[in-house]
Ligand binder design. Structure first.
Ligand SMILES: Nc1nc2c(ncn2[C@@H]2O[C@H](COP(=O)(O)OP(=O)(O)O)[C@@H](O)[C@H]2O)c(=O)[nH]1
Ligand SMILES: [Mg+2]
Length: 313
């Protein structure tokens, strides 16, 4: 291993936040040493990854905040990775998160990093996987990853986390039926947040029914009510997470499944390297001017012109 990267990795592994921040920047921007750093991570660290997903405004950041306070009292060392949509319309929310979490920025047991999501196909999940794995190597007990669950990303986080918490709010009540398929697959724990609202009971009831139907005799997915802003239901949530993680320890099958998903995403991203959507659009705009334009021939040609096929830097 290049000696400077080795040194950086040693510093990360012994818990230097400064080194970790540097490492994340290297991975995020694929700077020199990026591959070496990733290829020397220790997969078998004890840190567990908890994914918190759900629609915007469900209270995910507030839940993360409340969980942080809870686990800090148990002397846990925790990293938070907040994946923020890069859309400028969401910028207010990002700042909001930062302000609310700011009291933790100086705590030596807490590391917080916001990541902007990338629009490119395959870019989002593989970067988050890589950064989460790097963070896992940095001597934490828990790594919390907050992602906005809009469609596909919910499924992606399930391939990343040892325990996936899906946070929903009463407004989501009507959507539960439509969300059912995908969300049931990925949730290890359901949280009905904003339980201070009257209509929370309805959503809670519906989720309980779904969880029951789904379990089919096996253990049901827990459905918990929280009021994150008042710290209500938080210790129950923390217990449910711990219980789930402990119950998984003895199941190598789940770990293999998780690693398969992660590897699959990483391969997808490797294969898509060098393929640029804007460039595709520009070249296509030119190509269609030709009388004999054919999409299949064009696609094949574009692919072979793109510096592709997963070569390692
Ligand atoms: N009434 C109520 N509001 C909450 C609760 N949890 C979060 N909120 C508020 O809901 C808004 C969105 O919360 P936030 O954590 O940023 O949601 P995120 O987008 O899912 O991360 C904020 O104004 C929170 O103060 C709750 O349990 N009850
Ligand atoms: Mg948030």
């Amino acid at each position: 291993m290049q000696s400077n990267i080795k040194q950086l990795h040693d510093q990360i592994a012994t818990g230097s936040f400064l080194a970790l921040a540097r490492g994340i920047t290297i991975v995020e921007n694929e700077l020199e040493g990026y591959d070496t750093l990733l290829q020397n991570l220790h997969e078998n660290r004890h840190a567990r990854v908890i994914g918190i997903t759900g629609p915007p405004g469900a209270g995910k950041s507030t839940l993360v905040n409340a969980l942080l306070s809870h686990w800090l009292k148990e002397n846990k060392k925790i990293a938070v990775i907040a994946v923020d949509p890069s859309s400028p319309f969401n910028y207010g929310a990002i700042l909001g998160d930062r302000i609310r979490m700011s009291s933790y920025y100086t705590n030596p047991n807490i590391f917080i990093r916001s990541l902007a999501t990338r629009g490119a196909l395959g870019g989002l999940s593989s970067k988050i996987i890589e950064i989460t794995d790097l963070v896992k190597d940095a001597n934490f007990d828990l790594v919390l990853v907050e992602t906005v669950g809009v469609g596909q990303s919910e499924v992606e986080i399930a391939g990343l986390a040892d325990c996936t918490v899906v946070a929903l709010v009463p407004e989501a009540g009507d959507e539960v039926q439509t969300l059912k398929a995908g969300i049931m697959e990925i949730a290890n724990i359901f949280v009905v947040n904003k339980a201070d609202r009257e209509d929370a009971e309805g959503l809670y009831g519906n989720l309980r029914i779904l969880a029951h139907e789904r379990a089919n005799g096996a253990e049901e997915i827990p459905v918990l009510k929280t009021i994150a802003t008042q710290d209500k239901g938080i210790s129950e949530l923390a217990d449910a997470i711990t219980h789930f993680l402990n119950s998984q320890e003895a199941l190598p099958e789940k770990r293999i499944q998780l690693l398969t998903e992660k590897s699959w995403h990483l391969m997808q991203a490797q294969r898509m390297k060098g393929i640029n959507h804007t460039q595709l659009k520009n070249e296509l705009a030119d190509a269609i001017k030709k009388e004999d334009f054919n999409l299949y021939a064009f696609t094949k040609g574009f692919l072979s012109r793109s510096s592709n096929s997963g070569q390692v830097k």
